[in-house]
Design a protein. Structure first.
Ligand code: NAP
Length: 557
C-alpha cells in the first residue's frame, strides 16, 4: 500500500472487482493451506511428506509472509536468528549461516526463498491468489474456498496459515487523501524502495515497526519528526555480527540447543540467571546488577529476568524505573527524555520493543519528538500533519500504526462452518478456539498459531513448528483411519477459552491497551488473545490430547 494504492490496506483483493461470474472449479486436493509465510511453507512441506496432495493459496505476489511485506528500512527480527529459523531439518540448519545475531528482513526473506527452493515448494504455491471465502459442505465434509481469481478449490482439510500480524491497520486520520506528499505504511513498503534522502519525514507510530524505522531513517532523512502518542519501553537488542567461533560451536550442538528450546516457555533458551529470583525479595543492589547484566545481554528476555515482573506491579515498577533511568541517561534533553518515559502501562504488558540505537537518535538536531498525546493529531493536511497545536509540513508520512492482529486475517475471509454459521458472527464478542487450533462448528479447519495458543508471546517459528506438526499428525491420523470429520467439542472449547482468560488474568498482561487485547482497533472486542501458559507447557497439553485419542475432538468416519 502506498499513496497510489489507498484501497490496498486491510485485505481487500483486486479480484472483488475482477472476479468473473461463475467461479471455475479446480482439481480437489487433500489439504488446502492459506498463506505462504513460515507457517504455510512448513505445512506444505510436512503434509506433502505424508503423501497428501497439498495446495497453498497466498495473496502476495511471492512467498515470505510478513518478511516479504515488511521491507521498511530497519526491519529486523527481535528473536535471535539462530532461534528464529526452522529446526525440522538438521541439514538446513547446518547449511544456512546468519550474518547477525538478529537477522534483518532481507536476510530472513532470502532464507525463506532458500527453503522454498531446497524443498521444491514453489510448484504447489499459487501466489497472487487471495481467498475470499471458505464454506464447509456438510454433504461431502469438504471445504470450498473461493479466490479473487474467480476459482474454487476443494479439500477435506484446510490449514489457515494466515499470520498473526498480516492485516495492517489503515491510518484512521482524516484528510489523508488530500496529502500532496507521499505516504506509506511500514507493513506495505514499496517494493521498488523509497529514497528518503534529504526529505522531511513524519513517522506516526512508535511500536516495534516505528522504532526500527526511526532508527534507520535518522540521518538519512533531511529531518525526521516522530509523532509519539504512547511511549514504549525500548530495550536494547545488542545486535552484532555473528561470531564465526560462536556459530561453529552452536552448529556442533544445534540439535541439543533446539531440544533445550523445546523445554522453555518462550521457545528459546534464556540466560541461566534469568527467572531464578523474585525482584522484590532480591536486595536492591543485587537487583540492579541483574538488570544491568540482562540489559547488556540484550533481547526480549529482559522481561523474564525476575519471576515476579509480569505478575506483581511493584516488582514490575523496579524494572520499569530501571529502563526510565537508562532513557534519562541516554537522551540529553530532559524534556524529550521524560516524554520518552512510559508510565501508563507496566513493562512487558505490551510487546517489548527492541532497538539498535533508538534513544540516541533524539540527541540529533535533525530528529524531533512530537508529543501527540497532549496535542493529538487532528488531520492530515495537503502539506503535512496538523495537531491541536501546530501544523508540520512533510514530504513523506510513514504510518507504523500496527495491525488488526491475530483475528484480522481470518475474519477478512468469509468463513462459514456447519449450517452456514459465519466465523465473523461466532467471534463477534472475541475469538473462541479449542487449544487455539480449531473452532467448534468449523470442522476440518485448523489455525496455525491462532488465538488461544501461545503464538505471539513466543518464538513464532518454534510455535509454528509445534502447531504444524501437531495438525499434520492429526490430518495424517484422519487420512489413515478414514476419518471424514474432525470437530472441536463446544464444551471443551469453552473450558479452554476460560482457562486462557484465567491464566491471563493472573498476570499483569491484560492491563495495557495493546494489540494483544485488540485495544488498538476501534470496535474490536477486548479479549486477551494469546495463551500465557508458555510454549513447552502448551506443547504438553497438545501431546496429551493426541496421546489420549484427541480428547475434546469428535472424529467421525
Ligand atoms: P503497534 O505495536 O501496534 O504500534 C502502533 C503504533 O501506532 C503505536 O505507537 C500507536 O500508538 C500508534 N498509532 C496508531 N494510530 C495512531 C494515531 N491515530 N495517532 C498516533 N499514533 C497512532 O504496531 P507495530 O509497531 O507494527 O508492531 C506490531 C507488532 O509486530 C509488534 O509488537 C511485534 O510483535 C511485531 N513486529 C516485530 C518486529 C520485530 O521482530 N522486531 C518488528 C515490527 C513489528 P498507541 O500506542 O498510542 O496506540
Amino acid at each position: 500500500m502506498d499513496s497510489q494504492d489507498v484501497q490496498g490496506v486491510g485485505g481487500q483483493g483486486r479480484g472483488e472487482q475482477d472476479a468473473a461470474p461463475g467461479p471455475t472449479p479446480r482439481e480437489p486436493v487433500d489439504v488446502l493451506v492459506v498463506g505462504a509465510g513460515f507457517a504455510g511453507l512448513y505445512a506444505l512441506h510436512r503434509l506433502r511428506g505424508s503423501g497428501l496432495t497439498v495446495r497453498v493459496l497466498d495473496a502476495p505476489e511471492s512467498p515470505g509472509g510478513t518478511w516479504a511485506a515488511n521491507r521498511y528500512p530497519g526491519a529486523r527480527c527481535d528473536v535471535q536468528s539462530f532461534d528464529y529459523s526452522f529446526s525440522f531439518d538438521e541439514a538446513l540448519q547446518q547449511e544456512w549461516s546468519w550474518s547477525e545475531r538478529y537477522a534483518a528482513q532481507g536476510e530472513i526473506l532470502d532464507y525463506l526463498r532458500h527453503v522454498v527452493d531446497r524443498f521444491d515448494l514453489a510448484r504447489d504455491i499459487e501466489s497472487s491468489t487471495r481467498v475470499l471465502s471458505a464454506v464447509f459442505d456438510q454433504a461431502t465434509d469438504e471445504w470450498e474456498l473461493t479466490t479473487d481469481r474467480g476459482e474454487t478449490h476443494r479439500s477435506r482439510f484446510v490449514v489457515m496459515a494466515t499470520g498473526c500480524l498480516s492485516v495492517p491497520r489503515p491510518p484512521d486520520i482524516p484528510g489523508l487523501g488530500r496529502f500532496r506528499g507521499r505516504w506509506v505504511h511500514t507493513a506495505d513498503w514499496p517494493r521498488e524502495g523509497l529514497d528518503l534522502t534529504g526529505l522531511r519525514v513524519g513517522l506516526i507510530g512508535t511500536g516495534s515497526s516505528g522504532v526500527q524505522f526511526a532508527t534507520a531513517a535518522a540521518g538519512v532523512a533531511g529531518e525526521l519528526l516522530v509523532f509519539q502518542r504512547s511511549p514504549n519501553y525500548v530495550l536494547p537488542a545488542q545486535n552484532r555480527p555473528m561470531d564465526p567461533e560462536f556459530e561453529r560451536e552452536l552448529k556442533a550442538r544445534y540439535a541439543e540447543h533446539r531440544a533445550l528450546a523445546k523445554q522453555t516457555t518462550r521457545g528459546y533458551p534464556v540466560p541461566a540467571y534469568a527467572g531464578q529470583k523474585a525482584a522484590l525479595t532480591t536486595p536492591a543492589e543485587e537487583r540492579q546488577e541483574i538488570f544491568e547484566a540482562i540489559w547488556e545481554h540484550g533481547g526480549p528476555v529482559f522481561t523474564s529476568v525476575f519471576t515476579d515482573l509480569t505478575v506483581d506491579e511493584a516488582a514490575n515498577e523496579t524494572a520499569a524505573e530501571f529502563v526510565r533511568q537508562k532513557i534519562r541517561q541516554i537522551v540529553t534533553d530532559p524534556v524529550t527524555a521524560e516524554l520518552l518515559c512510559p508510565y501508563d502501562h507496566p513493562l512487558g504488558t505490551r510487546r517489548p520493543v527492541l532497538d539498535t540505537g533508538y534513544y540516541p537518535i533524539f540527541n540529533r538536531d535533525d530528529v524531533t519528538l512530537v508529543d501527540v498525546r497532549t496535542a493529538p493529531i487532528t488531520e492530515i493536511t495537503p502539506a503535512g500533519v496538523r495537531t491541536t497545536e501546530a501544523e508540520y509540513e512533510l514530504d513523506v508520512i510513514v504510518f507504523a500504526t500496527g495491525y488488526d492482529a491475530m483475528t484480522g486475517a481470518l475474519l477478512a475471509m468469509d468463513i462459514r462452518g456447519l449450517d452456514g454459521v459465519s466465523l465473523r458472527e461466532e467471534w463477534a464478542d472475541g475469538p473462541a478456539a479449542y487449544l487455539g487450533v480449531a473452532m467448534a462448528g468449523f470442522p476440518n479447519l485448523f489455525t496455525v498459531t491462532g488465538p488461544g495458543s501461545p503464538s505471539v508471546l513466543t518464538n513464532m517459528v518454534a510455535s509454528i513448528e509445534q502447531h504444524v506438526e501437531w495438525i499434520s499428525d492429526l490430518v495424517e491420523h484422519a487420512h489413515a483411519t478414514g476419518t471424514r470429520r474432525i470437530e472441536a467439542e463446544p464444551a471443551d472449547q469453552n473450558r479452554w477459552v476460560q482457562h486462557v482468560l484465567d491464566r491471563a488474568e493472573a498476570t499483569l498482561l491484560p492491563k495495557a491497551n495493546s494489540w494483544w487485547t485488540g485495544a488498538n482497533v476501534p470496535g474490536k472486542p477486548r479479549v486477551f488473545m494469546p495463551y500465557v501458559g508458555g510454549y513447552a507447557p502448551y506443547g504438553q497439553v497438545l501431546a496429551e490430547v493426541s496421546r489420549d485419542g484427541y480428547t475434546g475432538f469428535s472424529l467421525t468416519r
